[in-house]
Design a binder for this molecule. Structure first.
Ligand code: GLN
Length: 231
């Protein structure tokens, strides 16, 4: 069991870009989003100071596993495989995966019609495993961040993108339906949890804080602010 001492600031990782959960506000240059603000509320609730460390998503689970990070909040899906090496808080957002193609694409209709196609997704994410297990594309191209992944679809380097529902939906609302469209179902429903090194005493504290924030309306206010609907 790895335990961390909480003298000084916690190091809390987040993804560099995973809107609307975390992204750099172009005006302030600071990271903001649902994850950033819910973590701020949790930290205040449990009385800890922290440094937020935006990093490539694929480094977060290894960083928690080696206890170089004290926590990670990055739209991170709770999976059995990850639970072998890190601990999770209770789920705080219900997500899933979607398939995105160019609006003029007539050939890709769902996960079954990816045969012979090239699909993009992000390194180290649950979409990589999902594609391996459920689809038969010619190639899966992996990108370090979602900007590069979406850009590849727009410039024709890939035929489709498979990625997390809220991020895909946020991209569609930015680009417009005449450019890109979602096809198929919501795949692989998965809650997001906050990650910790195994055995961290923060897990119970964070779960208690999440319950308080749900009960006192803070969670609902932030949810509405970032997703436009009530939880
Ligand atoms: N939810 C996905 C995962 O956990 C993607 C997370 C992300 O890219 N920040 O693998």
């Amino acid at each position: 069991m790895i335990t961390t001492a909480f003298a000084g600031n916690l190091t809390v990782a987040t993804d560099t870009n995973f809107p609307p959960f975390e992204f750099k506000d172009p005006k302030t240059g600071e990271h903001t989003g649902f994850d950033v603000e819910i973590w701020a509320a949790i930290a205040k609730e449990i009385g800890v100071q922290y440094d937020l460390q935006p990093m490539a998503f694929k480094g977060i689970v290894p960083g928690l596993q080696s206890a170089q990070l004290d926590a990670g909040i990055a739209g991170m899906s709770i999976t059995d495989k990850r639970k072998e090496v890190i601990d999770f808080s209770d789920g705080y957002y219900d997500s899933g995966l979607l398939l995105l193609v160019k609006s003029d694409d007539e050939t890709i209709k769902d996960i079954k019609t990816l045969d012979g196609k090239v699909v993009a997704t992000k390194q180290g994410t649950t979409s990589v495993e999902f594609l391996k297990e459920n689809a038969n594309p010619k190639e899966v191209k992996l990108f370090p961040n979602d900007n590069a992944m979406f850009m590849e679809l727009l410039t024709g380097g890939v035929d489709a993108v498979m990625f997390d529902k809220p991020v895909v939906e946020s991209f569609v609302s930015k680009r417009g339906k005449d450019e890109v469209k979602i096809v198929g179902d919501l795949y692989a429903g998965q809650p997001y949890g906050i990650g910790f090194p195994k055995g961290s005493e923060l897990v119970a504290k964070v779960n208690a804080a999440l319950k308080t924030l749900k009960a006192n309306g803070t969670y609902g206010t932030l949810y509405k602010k970032w997703f436009g609907v009530d939880p």
